[in-house]
Write a protein of this length. Structure first.
Length: 137
């Protein structure tokens, strides 16, 4: 069984760092469990909303830079936010792709022991910060 990203999931890859969207489009080909892309690039307004409702812990999220993506298992027509086994299966697919292609992408669960949907390009934000500051001068 091989899965495909829905149009909705594909639309949520727009604006992401190419290595991150590549990892997701490769992972869907090898995952044993279907998944959907819940969120990619975020606006600062959206980020504020998530912090205020306790769903995020930072206003300087990697999502703002196109350096993070959230993936959730999708089984029998429903997202499975509480299915740890399914999350592990999706993570296995992502890691397979990350290892095969030598990508620098980390899993939220391994960074913080929470946030299983979250994958990010740790460290890359520094580069983007510098560019943003340069552009502002
Ligand atoms: Zn996230």
């Amino acid at each position: 069984m091989s899965y495909k990203l829905s149009e909705r999931s594909l639309s949520r890859l727009v604006g992401l760092h190419p290595a991150l969207s590549f990892a997701v489009t490769e992972a869907i080909r090898v995952t044993p469990v279907d998944f959907g892309v819940i969120e990619g690039v975020r606006t600062i307004e959206r980020q504020r909303e998530l912090v205020e409702t306790g769903k995020s812990k930072t206003l300087d999220s990697y999502h703002l830079y196109g350096l993070a993506v959230d993936l959730v298992p999708y089984i029998d027509g429903r997202y499975r936010w509480d299915d740890d086994t399914a999350f592990s299966a999706v993570a296995g697919a992502m890691k397979q792709v990350i290892d095969t292609h030598g990508l620098k992408i980390d899993w939220g669960w391994e960074l913080w022991q929470w946030d299983k949907p979250h994958w990010q390009m740790t460290g890359m934000k520094t580069v983007y910060d510098v560019r943003r500051l340069e552009a502002a001068v």
